[in-house]
Design a binder for this molecule. Structure first.
Ligand SMILES: [Zn+2]
Ligand SMILES: [Zn+2]
Length: 243
């Protein structure tokens, strides 16, 4: 059993994503109620059908940074669009964020070959704004775990353990098997991971019970789980926060 406290959730959605149902304030209040010191908003970037536009991300700076004992982080879940690792958010929106997640979504990129999916992940990590690969467990997009984990370590990018992927009604095929395989490679290379709720309603914000259980069952090293360590959160995500 892990003994550390969970300190952060950086993968959450608000009504800005249009298929999520809580406001930013409701999400923040939910994170505060759990005692989380860090909460990150990561609405879907513009290529996701019906989500918000670039100016939404540009203007996140109007949301106060500090909420009593909680620090608000400005993020986005960017869509990887192709094997070149192109994403759907540009400057200046991107550089105003504290972090961006990069994810492959079925409605923003067609599955092609494992080589293409591998290249998509490898190349997106050349973008300095990408701090996390979100739900890298989708069986429709097989890729080379070894190559991606090695580059993630090199580029200081985190692999996500996505809470939604582990739910009984998860829609990404073979997510558990893929995650298990990926985490074995993470262990081998001492690659840190981050738990993300992928909450689309505030009651899910900050909650990672399935992810924690999954990591415990794999004997995944506690010291590689970023949520549990303030110094890792600072190193990978919050080291250079602006006002
Ligand atoms: Zn996603
Ligand atoms: Zn998401």
């Amino acid at each position: 059993m892990y003994t550390s406290r969970d300190l952060i959730d950086i993968h959450t959605h608000s009504t800005g994503s249009r298929h999520a149902y809580s406001t930013v304030t409701e999400n923040i209040r939910a994170a505060q109620a759990l005692g989380l010191p860090y909460y990150g908003l990561s609405d879907h970037a513009p290529a996701m059908p019906f989500t918000t536009g670039g100016s939404y991300f540009l203007n996140l700076i109007v949301i106060p940074r500090e909420w009593e004992n909680l620090t608000f982080l400005r993020g986005a879940e960017c869509n990887i669009l192709n094997a070149n690792g192109d994403i759907d958010l540009e400057e200046p929106s991107l550089s105003r964020l504290d972090y961006a997640l990069a994810a492959i979504h079925r409605n923003c990129m067609e599955p092609t070959t494992p080589e293409d999916h591998t290249n998509a992940y490898l190349k997106v990590m050349d973008n300095p704004h990408i701090k996390v690969l979100a739900h890298p467990d989708d069986g429709r997009f097989p890729y080379d775990f070894e190559a991606v984990v090695r580059k993630a370590v090199d580029r200081k990018v985190l692999l996500e353990v996505n809470e939604c992927s582990l739910k009984p009604d998860a829609y990404r095929p073979d997510a558990k098997e893929n995650l298990r395989g990926l985490l074995e490679v993470c262990k081998k290379y001492n690659a840190p991971v981050i738990l993300g709720s992928d909450a689309h309603f505030h009651t899910d914000v900050g909650k990672h019970p399935l992810g924690i259980k999954f990591l415990e069952e794999m004997d995944f090293p506690e010291e590689l789980i970023v949520n549990f360590h303030e110094e890792l959160i600072k190193f990978f995500l919050t080291g250079n926060l602006t006002k």
